[in-house]
Write a protein of this length. Sequence first.
Length: 439
Amino acid sequence: MNPIAQELNDIIKASNPFIYEMLSDMGKALFFPKGILTQSAEAKQKAGRLNATIGIAKEGGHVLSLSSITQYIQGIDPDEYLPYAPSYGLPELRKKWKAALFKKNPSLENKKLSLPVVTSGITHGISILSDMWVDKNDVILLPDMFWGNYSLTFCVRNSARIIHYKAYDEKLTCFNIESFETVIREQARLNDKIIIILNFPHNPTGYSLSISEAKQVADIIIDVAQKGTKVVVGCDDAYFGLFFEEETGKESIFSRLAGADKRIVALKIDGATKEDYVWGLRIGFVTYGVHCDSDDVFEALEKKTAGCIRGNVSNASHLSQTLLLKSMADENYERYKNEKFMLLQNRAQKIKAVLKNPKYNDAFDVYPFNSGYFMCIRLKDVNAEKLRLHLLDHYGTGLISMGEKNIRIAFSCLELNDVEPLFDIVLNGINDLKRGYTS
């Protein structure tokens, strides 16, 4: 093993050996190299006369650039976006995002967290979780309705096993705490380590836990850890902040799990993608909350994470990070975000109002939703894929089918006046198929 990786492992083991034991084989072997990158960083600080270390081109003391690129980016100096960003991310952005975490999650007050490490989107953050904490045949606990990319990330890339619990009760009224607890405790009995992915607001159903539900879920996980099972919890907070109802918890469940027990490693995986409506900029963050005796553990985990990034994409986009940093510093930043939040909240409320009409009752049931971008319906009498194709071919309407009975609707891309026409089209399509009409 590389001596730098061994040094990081020793730091982790000395403070909390359970954290070390939870690392995957790759996680144990990861480190941030001290070669060219470290030497270049030292030169940036001290080489005031001549610096011939970094692999970029310069001209007249500034980064060399093409006007055919820079003409399209106004108000930002090319030196702020064309050079490579650090593998950890821009230091000021990391600090600013961490400060925002405490503001958005007041329960984190007095808790110790790592400095967020910048990823190339939230999917990349999930991939880092998989590389660093998941070994072959490890158990990943997910609801029976989940974001399909988890299968690629955990199973195809890292050969893990996904075990499901039922997301909702049969009547589709609430999160299925009973199924969650039963499956978690059973897998904890069978395995020394389990990995739990908590995705709220949930993709695909658009559900977030109530405050009482979040407490129950966290209490179950903490109890399992206290009874001896090591637990890695990935909090996939891609749609964080888009909570539309009063009783819905407004904080990440990460706040309840960070540092809660020595056998829990909590990761908050979030980003600007949906929170700041910048999907293509691909900026996410990985933040650690663990129980440890020394803050050196956080630095060690950050270094391993940066090493994971260095060996994969090298670093996230410098331009994207600079744009986000400047956006967050704008005096109107919070007002702009609230305007877009209200727009999405109004769409969700419009759907709830429309679906109160009893004309839809015989056609489908509605999964509970209160947040995020999506909502789902469960069809009663027709096949979801057949309905999807029928709506596409005969009504020019696109939806997502999931399994035999479920349809996902992204209300995030619907205008208010499109909501009722959409559900009427769905109803017409269902009635067409029930009558045998397909052409």
